[in-house]
Design a protein around this ligand. Sequence first.
Ligand code: CA
Length: 251
Amino acid sequence: MRVKARIRTTAGAGGGRYGHRVAEVLIIEDDDRIRPLLVRGLRECGHTVTSAPTGMAGLQLAVDSSPDLVVLDLGLPDVDGTQVLSMLRAVSAVPVIIASARADDPSLVGALDSGADDYVVKPFTSAQLDARVRAVLRRVQSGRQRPTTLTVGGLVLDLAGRRAHLDGTEVELTPREFDLLAHLAERPGEVVTKRDLLVEVWRQPWGGSDKTVDVHLSWLRRKLGETAAEPRYLTTVRGVGVRLTAPDEGA
Ligand code: CA
């Protein structure tokens, strides 16, 4: 199971760095009075929330629904929360906040050592929990930030400056060509379908034509000094898509 990178924000376009991150949160809590309060509290903060009353039900939900974050109680009726955490860690890197009445050092240290990302001692307010959820998501997200430079063979892309160099010489690219090349350079050797490119580069999940991609690819090839018949970096895999590889690693 993979942690989803999809974290939405309610901030304006392009914002989000300081925006109010909202996420899909799974709450594992057996207490029938506390659980609905936590669910409601986080929903009021804009999150999408699911919950489970036992450790095993929670694990199942965590695997099935791949939440962005898990809030985990330690005192559970079937499996102790620390064991739930270990089992979860075996299959997932999803951020986990322990929410427990246990305030003693061994519980706290043990949970953090077992891979919890944060620990909040009951009782706490929903505002506090929401703040911790956002803080953890912020940390996770910043740890995943894109690198500033991508290098594939002699091709170097400066993502911040949006400049491309091939064997030391700058290649003049249109914004779209740069985005296309960067998208491929972020996954070197991987065949990317034209449909994916339309969604990810052109932001056209429903419309758009493969021809659009073909045309841009041919422009890009010309600028990189290659052709579809004699590819160096950009190889078309017929019926599937295109991949970017360094010439010496090419297929
Ligand atoms: Ca409990």
